[in-house]
Every structure is written in C-alpha cells, then in structure tokens.
Design a protein around this ligand. Structure first.
Ligand code: HH2
Length: 270
C-alpha cells in the first residue's frame, strides 16, 4: 500500500474549518473570503494537505444539512485545489463526490464508511475510528482493550477499502472521538502498534480538550483551547517520532518545523 510521503519528513495536514461551531476556531473562517485567506495562509506555512470541513464533529455538534455543507465546502475546495493537495473532511457521500469534482484528492472520513466513493473516484481515503456519533460519542465510552479494538476495526476497514480498489488508505485512531482522556493516552502510547500494521497512519491531537486536562495551568485548571499549542506540538512530535506519516493540525508553521526535525536524516527517527 503506497501513500504519498515527503522524502524527508512526515506530512502536515492543515485544518480549514468552514463552520460556525468548530471547537477551537468555529466562526473564524466561516465567510468564504476568510476561508480562502486561511487556506492560503496554511499553504504559505508549509501544509502538504489542506483539510476542508463544513460540519463540526465536536461532541454535541448540530448536524448540517447536505446542501448547506456543499455550499460551505465546494467553493473553497475549488479555489484551493490548484494550489495544494486538498482533502475533504466529511461523512456524507454527496459532499465527498462534489468535493472530488471540485478537485479534492483525499476523503477524510471520520465515519470510516466512504471507501466505495474513494474507490470509484480513484482518490485517497482516511479511515478514522470513532465510537457513536457527535451526539453520543462522549456518553461514557468504554472498551475492554481500546488499542486492540481500534486497531482491529481500522485494519478491517482498510482491507475492505483496498479490496474495493482504493490505492491510498490511511488509518487514524480518532483521538477524542468516543474516548476518555485515558483512552486517548493509551492510543497515543501505542501508536507503534498501529504503525506496525503496515498501513500509513494519521493522527489528530491538535488543541483537543484532553491536552488541557493532561497539561493543566499552574493552578491545576484545564487549559483553555487557546493555550494548547505546546501540548499539541508535543503530541504531534511524539506521533511523528513513532512513525506516523501525517498529522492533522491547526498550527501548521510550528508543526512543519517539528516534522523537519523529526524527519531530518540523522534526526530523532534516524
Ligand atoms: N479531528 C477532528 C475532525 N476531523 N479527522 C481525522 N482524520 N482525525 C481527527 O483527529 C479529526 C478529524 C476534530 O477537530 P476539528 O476539525 O478542529 O474540530 P471540529 O470537528 O469541531 O470542526
């Protein structure tokens, strides 16, 4: 299974949320002009892929009707695709199809269910693990063995996708999607097992709430979302050092620096 990897470093996917309600930057890039500005900024900072999403996946997020999601996503994909590789962050087949028509070449699928679209359209596919939906996923998630269960599901889906003809498959443990703080830490601690499956691995920890809990402020309070850069960078660096091929982040410039260091010949991974 081949996936594009930079010769010298892991890939950095920059997040572009064209939503009014994403957990860390909801509303900031919602206007089309602002979204494009943001997209070009991510490119200038060195993003290898820009991930365009029109529906927040945060716990409790309100579902977005398909027409609304298309209106948010398609013009932005179309405008950015000539300049950078674009992925579409969606769970809807119609949105994935339209985004591919508009130039996206990777479907970032938090439901791990759209492999048939990727096969038909000859584009890449990210299979992310989640438990339940945005409405239910943080209702007391439990696993007998989170690492084994997540790995088994992802390997099964990746194999199905490959058998269906998808040539580029990524697997992603879905940090924060139906997982407690401890589950997230266990999964991060066992990234080598995911990498060991042989499938290219992608991870997204950027600004997620568990970071604020694990690395609180000096008074012991969970850090708010605008104070999670250091922890985001630390976890992205850890993931890349474990052999993860792509990290999904808000703070591209800083993460590219980390990726260069980790991936540098003679660097941490050599
Ligand atoms: N995390 C989010 C969204 N999409 N896709 C993958 N493959 N992996 C992730 O960890 C992942 C993802 C959540 O982050 P964000 O897009 O910043 O927030 P929201 O879903 O609220 O828009």
């Amino acid at each position: 299974m081949t996936a594009p990897t930079s010769e010298d470093r892991p890939l950095v996917m920059g997040i572009l949320n064209v939503t009014p309600d994403s957990f860390s930057d909801g509303g900031e890039w919602f206007e089309p002009e602002r979204a494009l500005e943001r997209g070009h900024r991510l490119i200038a900072e060195g993003a290898d892929v820009v991930d365009v999403g029109g529906e927040s996946t945060r716990p409790g997020a309100v579902p977005v009707p398909v027409d609304e999601e298309l209106d948010r996503v398609v013009p932005v994909v179309e405008a950015l695709a000539p300049h950078v590789r674009v992925s579409v962050d969606t769970t809807k087949e119609a949105v994935a199809e339209a985004a591919v028509d508009a130039g996206a070449t990777l479907i970032n699928d938090v439901s791990a269910s759209l492999w048939a679209v990727a096969a038909r359209r000859r584009v890449g596919w990210v299979a992310m693990h989640r438990r339940g939906t945005a409405a239910t996923m943080q209702h007391d998630p439990s696993y007998a063995d989170v690492v084994a269960e997540v790995t088994a599901l992802l390997v099964e889906r990746a194999g199905t996708a490959r058998d269906a003809g998808v040539g580029e498959v990524w697997i992603d443990p879905g940090i924060g999607f139906g997982k407690t703080v401890d589950h997230n830490l266990e999964l991060l601690g066992a990234l080598d097992r995911l990498v060991g499956t042989g499938w290219p691995v992608m991870v997204g920890t950027s600004r997620k709430s568990f970071l604020g809990v694990v690395a609180p402020d000096p008074g012991g309070r969970p850090r708010p979302v605008d104070q999670r850069l250091a922890a985001s960078l630390a976890t992205a660096t850890w993931a890349m050092d474990q052999g993860v091929g792509m990290v999904r982040v808000h703070d591209v410039a800083a993460t590219v620096q980390a990726a260069v260091l980790v991936g540098r010949p003679g660097g941490a991974r050599a």
